[in-house]
Design a protein around this ligand. Structure first.
Ligand code: FES
Length: 127
């Protein structure tokens, strides 16, 4: 994979209309360096996205990849099935291409995990 000279990618963050976030209904473009997470870049730009553990564990920061590519080298709990279903944990996701994500997808990832018997969904939804 060839990055551009500055190893910085454009990440488009779509905040759904129905979101309870302040930025609901907005689409924001961020310049995100390869070593930087989407969450950190968003917060540096003044866009407040949900997060808790910031270690790729709790899924509070879940988002959905619309296009592009990200990696999660430091996520503590990120499954192949999450990647196959295009889920992203913005707290640990680093871009490897110009990328678009839809944020505030916690409920969707919780359900996805629960259907596969994976935590935290398996504990919170299916018991
Ligand atoms: S904030 Fe916990 S997984 Fe991202």
């Amino acid at each position: 994979m060839t990055g551009r000279a500055d190893d910085t990618w454009t990440v488009t963050v779509v905040v759904p209309e129905e979101s309870s976030l302040d930025a609901a209904g907005e689409t924001v473009e961020l310049e995100v360096a390869e070593h930087e997470t989407i969450l950190a870049a968003a917060r540096s730009a003044g866009v407040w996205l949900p997060a808790d553990c910031q270690q790729g564990w709790c899924i509070t920061c879940a988002a959905r990849l619309v296009e592009g590519d990200v990696v999660h080298p430091d996520a503590r709990r990120y499954y192949d099935g999450d990647r196959e279903a295009d889920f992203v944990l913005t707290c640990t996701a680093k871009p490897r291409a110009d990328t678009t994500v839809v944020v505030d997808r916690y409920d969707d990832l919780l359900e996805h995990r629960a259907e596969r018997g994976k935590p935290p969904g398996s504990a919170k939804i299916r018991g």
